[in-house]
Design a protein around this ligand. Structure first.
Ligand code: FES
Length: 80
C-alpha cells in the first residue's frame, strides 16, 4: 500500500501518493502548472525535464521543474 501525503498547492491541501512527482500531483488535481502569456493553461508535456512546461515554485524556489521533484509531506507548491 502506498503512503498518502498532503501537499499544499496554491494554498490548498492536496492528497498525493508519496513518491509521485509534483507534475503528476498537479495533473491528478487538475491544476495547470502555469499559464502562457495569453493566459492559456499549460501542463507537463515530456515528464523528463526537457520541455520546462511544468515549472512551479516549490518551497519558495521558483522555476522548479515539477516532473523532476518528488512530493513529500508539507511541501508547498505555487503555480506560476
Ligand atoms: S514535463 Fe517537461 S520538463 Fe517537466
Amino acid at each position: 500500500m502506498h503512503e498518502i501525503v498532503l501537499v499544499e498547492i496554491d494554498g490548498k491541501p492536496v492528497a498525493v501518493q508519496a513518491g509521485s512527482t509534483v507534475a503528476s500531483a498537479l495533473l491528478a488535481a487538475g491544476i495547470p502548472a502555469r499559464r502562457s502569456i495569453s493566459g492559456e493553461a499549460r501542463a507537463p508535456l515530456c515528464g523528463m525535464g526537457v520541455c520546462y512546461e511544468c515549472r512551479v515554485e516549490i518551497n519558495g524556489i521558483p522555476q522548479k521543474r515539477g516532473c523532476m521533484v518528488l512530493c513529500h509531506a508539507s511541501m508547498k507548491v505555487r503555480t506560476q
